[in-house]
Design a protein around this ligand. Structure first.
Ligand code: M6R
Length: 592
């Protein structure tokens, strides 16, 4: 949530800030703003809405080499100009952008007001600026003021900050929200992820919680509790450079159609033609484990449900927990060895990070499955497996879900040394490409349901897990209310919601549930609901809407979900929605 950029001694500052913010605006798009020092004055431009509006506002040249920028996903205060970032402190000593949530901001604000501070916004960000400002009034030392402020402030923050009209230094602090430094040539950068810096920085420094400091044109100083910290340089995947639409009208469509290539890339990364390439130590940890517990949110939670099924198939006990629940009600197995698997496309989901902290404290091994090299969850886990799906820009996750499922399939097969699974996964790609060739038929269904207010998804077994994901995709980008149920549950309540014309999508990829789910279709039709069935050939009957070739039942989710992804995409298109940036959402959910 929220994107941050900053640079010192940047010759093309305007272009860096605007391009950087554009590359980050999938993290939040309620407002955008920049601040920079020009002729010894801090100039600030802020707009409610997208970075494109800010671009219009900044039409002239900027004579500055130091600046910060922000895209906002509103938490405290409506998206109004006064609440946009950057925010200035009361004495205008500090101008800062912030990502995160300050838990005690009301208390701090009350305190500051008593001490004569006035506020111009409803944000918790302005409170941070003023806490640092107040400390500075006493200490006249910027670094000490940040250090002291961190002791007073509770919550998550990543900040990039300009001090008065100091053109040489950009200050920062980080706790719980992601922030990293990019090292360029005679220019240093700050950002909330590597994307805006990938073309200009040749190495990175990942900041840890409670670190603060500054960057200058050729120096980086990092502190924690007033002690200087040593740091290591890291790199990022060059694949981050591939963020062009390549002729597609939307990232979501591009990302769905990249799925077959993602599957092949995963195989290449985890199988060398003879044996699996997973870390031997990690495989041993899984072999020795009595229980595997997944922790994830949203789409990654849905992929984890399939992961649980794969682990159970190799006779491992498995649990799946929603991170935001487990974080408040943590549960550890009392007997045997329990390995936790954190599944997160971004690797920065705050709820999952909270769980990771508790698990580490408890001493269990963790595996992070993520698409983001260098992310917090990747760095903090005992083991990590990258998805190699390439950057996913659309807020609605598609290719990352498929990569998560495929990776879990490969991992569980690697544990039992079943290399024949590779052939099955390769063959599966033929069906995935078949789904792409059927997109026009899916579009026709989307056009039929585009005006619906409600929709339901039914499945049984693995198909139910895919129904959950299909339903999330539909509601997320079309704003049609949608729910998913195991077929058998329909008559226990949800059937009451089915009316004339209500679209009900049903999946059948396993012979053993065909009759049962067709029974559910009949129940829907008897209430005049409209059933759309997506099935494999061996389960097909006259009148089914989309029929795909037969495939291994364990891999069917990879194909069936693509039908649901297309369905959501084309329905959102027919409703004229902003497909890649659905309302109220953000790609990387870095607040709890
Ligand atoms: O980055 P993560 O995989 O941890 O994100 C979890 C969810 O926020 C995410 O999957 C969300 O549900 C997607 N926008 C769904 O398309």
């Amino acid at each position: 949530m929220c994107g941050i950029v900053g640079a010192v001694n940047c010759k093309n500052l305007k272009s860096f800030l605007l391009k950087g913010l554009k590359s980050l605006d999938y993290r939040g798009y309620d407002s955008a703003g920049v601040a920079y020092i020009e002729n010894d004055v801090i100039n600030m431009h802020r707009v409610v809405g997208r970075v494109e509006l800010l671009e219009n506002e900044l039409s002239g040249p900027i004579n500055s080499r130091i600046g910060i920028g922000h895209t906002r996903w509103a938490t405290h205060g409506e998206p109004l100009i006064k609440n946009c970032h950057p925010q200035k402190s009361f004495h205008e000593t500090f101008t800062l952008v912030h990502n995160g949530v300050i838990e005690n901001y009301l208390e701090l604000k009350r305190d500051l007001i008593k001490k004569g501070y006035a506020f111009t916004s409803d944000t918790d960000t302005e409170v941070i600026a003023n806490v640092i400002d107040k400390e500075y009034e006493n200490t006249h030392d910027v670094l000490l003021s940040i250090n002291n402020a961190l002791k007073i402030i509770d919550g998550s923050l990543a900040i990039a900050m300009i001090f008065k009209n100091d053109k040489e230094h950009l200050y920062f602090a980080k706790r719980k929200s992601p922030l990293l430094i990019g090292i360029g040539t005679d220019t240093n950068y700050l950002a909330s992820d590597a994307l805006p810096m990938i073309k200009v920085a040749h190495k990175f420094i990942d900041l840890s919680d409670d670190q603060y400091g500054y960057i200058s044109k050729d120096d980086v100083k990092i502190f924690k509790d007033q002690k200087e910290c040593a740091y290591k340089y890291t790199t990022r995947n060059a694949e981050l450079l591939n963020i062009d639409l390549n002729g597609y009208p939307h990232y979501m469509l591009k990302e769905i159609e990249e799925i077959p290539a993602c599957m092949s890339r995963l195989i290449d990364n985890y199988y060398d033609g003879k044996e699996f390439k997973f870390s031997k130590e990690m495989l041993k940890a899984f072999k020795d484990a009595d229980t595997i517990s997944f922790i994830a949110c949203g789409t990654s939670y849905h992929a984890s449900l399939i992961g649980k099924y794969y682990f159970e198939k190799i006779n491992k006990r498995a649990n799946v927990y929603i991170a935001s629940e487990w974080a408040y009600f943590p549960k550890f197995e009392s007997k045997g060895k329990e390995v936790f698997v954190m599944v997160s496309q971004s690797g920065e989901t705050a709820d999952v990070i909270s769980c990771m902290k508790l698990i580490k404290k408890h001493g269990n091994d963790t595996l992070t499955i993520t698409n983001t090299k260098g992310s917090t969850l990747e760095r903090d886990a005992t083991y990590s497996c990258l998805l190699y799906a390439g950057v996913e820009i659309a807020v609605a996750s598609t290719k990352a879900y498929n990569a998560q499922v495929a990776l879990l399939y490969l991992l569980t097969n690697a544990i039992v040394e079943n290399t024949s699974s590779i052939g099955l996964l390769k063959n599966n790609n033929i069906v995935l490409k078949q789904v792409i060739s059927m997109k026009k038929d899916i579009k026709k269904i989307a056009n039929k349901i585009k005006d619906s207010s409600h929709a339901f998804f039914l499945g049984r077994g693995l198909d139910y897990y895919v129904a959950l994901e299909g339903s999330l995709k539909l509601k997320e980008i079309t704003y049609i209310h949608s729910e998913a149920f195991p077929g058998g549950e329909l008559k226990h309540g949800p059937l009451a919601l089915v009316e004339k014309g209500t679209p009900v999508f049903g999946f059948i990829t396993n012979k053993c549930i065909e009759a049962a789910i067709r029974g559910n279709f009949s129940e829907v039709k008897a209430r005049k609901g409209t059933v759309y069935s997506f099935v494999t050939k061996e389960n097909a009957k006259k009148g089914d809407d989309i029929v795909i070739d037969d495939l291994d039942v364990d891999l069917a989710p990879l194909a069936i979900v693509m039908i649901a992804q297309y369905l959501a995409y084309y329905t959102a298109l027919a409703r004229n929605n902003d497909i890649d940036k659905p309302r109220n959402l953000a790609k990387s959910v870095t607040v709890e």
